[in-house]
Design a protein around this ligand. Structure first.
Ligand code: ADP
Ligand code: ZN
Ligand code: ZN
Length: 738
């Protein structure tokens, strides 16, 4: 039982580091915990005010006789801000880190933006004139002008930032159209209602019977005051987003706002406009390029009841709505929902807790649900809905698996199989588009000496350097660059060179194979600049290229109705990542890549090239058979004791001195060994595949247990151990529970 509590008196991101120490009277000890609301004497006059406990400690920060007592514990927290404190305490307990860190995650940074005017772009000319000018622009290849006019013809009022952001239209283009009298830029405090120029409400499609069944099921619970967690397993194009919109609108009509999480990369222009079209100025978007001031403005609007739904990445969860209705998580299987920095929280877990605190319901949606969520649905904790058909009625694409070992036997050493080559030729002839997906970037895998085997490594990281076009060597972990080596530094041989592989090489080969085709490439190298990602995708959507080659980025977001062929060049690569989720990730990537083909009127085709054609992830993905994949995968997880069959806690131990890191890892292992039992296994310490990044050494330790709670308890105990053990002086430990 701790004797002191650190208390903050103002719930704000800025005040988290200014905590005051109070003593905990014996009779209150049982009730005091992190996140609890208390009354404390404050200031010289000892005026009683409200505060929140953010940390328990046994150390008095100063002379114990001068520390005041907490007066009393206050009743249940209810206000949204207070809910965030409870949520922060829960995040800290489940995902590690400090309470101050957790609070900073959930509380907004208070920053005013100087003056807030929302600019909008309005179509001012009549439609006939706009249509005429648009076709003129198309003929003259003024693509940006045509794009903006096309968008305005569908939606006569568009927020300025959507035009310059998601639509990628530059200022000169806007000015040109403005001068031509076609459009106007107006300043408005608020956007207009979603009513078009003719005064008709924005049209909404009638839900089909499958969608209706999902909506009705969820809304019935909502209307009767039952909360729940729902998983919508629906193929791409099955109308999930339309269901979300319906649910949000229903809750909003009852005065209950919603939060919708969507991976940033999947928040396309079409999606943004669908929500504007339905909710007008009552929808708000959060994204990573917003300034703190703009973000804070969204929080204020939410708090003041000005919006019905906020759409954004995982941080949108912390929007302080009063009567939260739904938390919707689209593409719930996405890795982006796990935070990369401490606290390493999982937005799905946090959403479930938040829903419990706020009396809201959670709706998860995916074409390829995570094994954890599907398992919960099968086990009855979540209610499962299926949307197995595309709204358009178009069939799912045909899939062909090509065994690359046979290609080799038949003398084809190219990375493009004969079947794929013929399929691409046919598409080029018919003026249809092709996407080629390769799960790796860079011109070459790594640079090595053919004589002595020396591999060029990054001096700061435990990884090989990658050769890029122009001959530079780049470390993909820390960005370190070095000039190319022509002579082996070990043995002096000149036969040192790069192994080919990756998107750049694929671009070269495909370019030589189809000299008349226009090719676009999208990978981490071509998307470094802001908006370049969106630019490449819209160029492809505008048919400025026949073939798009890229990494997994190309399989997300955007509809390309002209794409009728998707080729996966090396389906195996993600199978060999040293992680129990490798099979799941492979299935998801392949199924999603396949979902890109044939979204228009022509049936799509998917060609999956692989060296392991019998692997269950690949077989199931080719058949678009999620259930078959799930059955195999859950059997594997059960046999191995991996989540969700058991729970796994991974500890990453890092420091600048390798020996100190090893000593600390051993000390932790010793600590956990005392708790080892049938219900808890300790593994490691081990060197992770990358054991040094940016001159920081890394070791891993794993705990496997049947219950999540016992892992959280152990984490708390380990954190206390770390605080007191001398081995951890300049060592960092990060926890992750899954
Ligand atoms: P998902 O989110 O599952 O990929 P969407 O909701 O985006 O699916 O729907 C796919 C396409 O079908 C979209 O263009 C959408 O506007 C359209 N759509 C969805 N539901 C209907 C419906 N009931 N009637 C007509 N069109 C619909
Ligand atoms: Zn050598
Ligand atoms: Zn490096």
């Amino acid at each position: 039982m701790s004797r002191y509590a650190k208390v903050i008196v103002d719930i704000s991101h800025e005040k988290v580091d200014r905590a005051f120490t109070y003593a905990i009277p014996a009779d209150l000890r049982k009730q005091i915990a992190e996140g609890v609301k208390v009354r404390i004497p404050f200031g010289r006059a000892d005026k009683e005010i409200t505060g929140y406990v953010i940390e328990l400690t046994d150390e008095a920060a100063f002379d114990p006789s001068r520390i005041k007592d907490i007066s009393q514990v206050e009743g249940k927290a209810i206000a949204p801000d207070e809910r965030m404190i409870t949520l922060a305490a829960w995040i800290r307990r489940n995902y590690g880190g400090t309470m101050a860190g957790a609070l900073k995650t959930v509380l907004p940074v208070k920053k005013k933006i100087s003056h807030l005017t929302r600019r909008i772009i309005v179509l001012t000319s009549d439609r006939a004139k706009a249509v005429e000018y648009m076709s003129l622009c198309e003929r003259k290849k003024y693509r940006a002008r045509a794009r903006l006019l096309g968008a305005l013809l569908k939606e006569p009022v568009i927020p300025y930032e959507v035009v310059t952001g998601k639509l990628n239209i530059t200022k000169p283009v806007i000015s040109a159209l403005e001068k031509g009298g076609l459009i106007a830029v107006e300043e408005k405090d608020e956007l207009r209602n979603p009513v078009d120029a003719n005064g008709k409400a924005h049209e909404r499609p009638e839900l089909n019977p499958e969608q209706k069944k999902v909506c009705d099921g969820i809304i019935e619970d909502f209307d009767e005051g039952r909360t729940g967690t729902y998983l919508i397993h629906g193929v791409t194009g099955s109308g999930k987003t339309e269901v979300y919109i319906e649910l949000i609108a229903h809750a909003a009509a009852m005065g209950r706002p919603s939060i919708m999480l969507i991976p940033e990369i999947a928040l396309t222009y079409q999606t943004v406009m669908r929500f504007y079209g339905r909710f007008g100025n009552r929808v708000s978007f959060l994204h990573s390029r917003m300034s703190e001031g703009e973000k804070y403005d969204q929080y204020l609007r939410a708090r003041d009841g000005e919006i019905d739904v906020i759409i954004g990445p995982r941080s949108a969860l912390f929007t302080p709505f009063k009567e939260l209705g739904f938390i919707i998580i689209d593409e719930e299987h996405e890795g982006a929902y796990r935070s990369e920095s401490v606290p390493k929280y999982d937005a799905r877990g946090v959403a479930l807790k938040l829903a419990e605190l706020a009396g809201a319901s959670v709706v998860l949606g995916s074409a390829t649900p995570s094994v954890e969520s599907y398992n919960a649905a099968v086990g009855g904790q979540f209610r499962l809905f299926n949307l197995p058909h595309r709204v358009s009625g178009n069939p799912l694409p045909r899939s062909v698996v090509v065994d690359m070992r046979n290609e080799l036997k038949e003398g084809n050493r190219s990375i493009i199989s004969t079947a794929l080559k013929e399929a691409i030729e046919a598409r080029l002839e018919r003026h249809e588009q092709v996407m080629l997906f390769i799960n790796r970037r860079g011109m070459a895998g790594f640079v090595s000496c053919r004589s002595c085997g020396y591999v060029v490594k990054c001096p700061h990281c435990d990884v090989s350097m990658k050769e890029h076009r122009g001959g530079r060597l780049i470390c993909h972990y820390c960005g370190h660059e070095a000039p190319y080596v022509n002579v082996c530094p070990e043995c002096g041989s000149a036969s040192i060179r790069g192994f080919k592989g990756g998107t750049q090489m694929a671009e070269d080969i495909v370019g030589r194979m189809f000299p008349s085709a226009d090719i676009l490439r999208m990978d981490a190298d071509t998307t470094k600049r802001k908006d370049s990602h969106e630019k490449i995708l819209s160029a492809f959507a505008n048919f400025e290229a026949d073939i798009l080659i890229g990494t997994q980025m190309i399989v997300k977001g955007h509809d390309f109705p002209n794409v009728t062929l998707v080729g996966v060049l090396a389906a195996d690569i993600s199978l060999y990542s040293p992680d129990y989720r490798a099979g799941e990730r492979t299935f998801q990537l392949l199924a999603q890549a396949a979902g890109r083909a044939g979204r228009g009127n022509v049936e799509g085709e998917v060609i999956i090239q692989t060296y392991s054609p019998d692997n269950y992830s690949i077989v199931a993905a080719a058949k678009q058979d999620y259930e078959a994949f799930y059955k195999e995968e859950i059997a594997f997880r059960k046999a191995m004791g991996y989540p969700p069959a058991a729970h796994l806690e991974s500890l990453l131990i890092t420091g600048k001195d390798e020996n100190a890191v090893i000593r600390a890892a051993d000390a932790l292992k010793g600590f956990f060994a005392d708790h080892e039992s049938d219900a808890l296994r300790v593994m490691g310490p081990s060197r992770p595949p990358v054991s040094k990044i940016n001159d920081t050494y890394r070791r891993m330790l794993y705990l496997k247990a049947r219950s999540r709670g016992s892992l959280a308890d152990l984490k708390d105990a380990a954190e206390t151990f770390i605080k007191n053990a001398p081995e951890f002086k300049s060592i960092q430990v990060q926890f992750e529970i899954s």
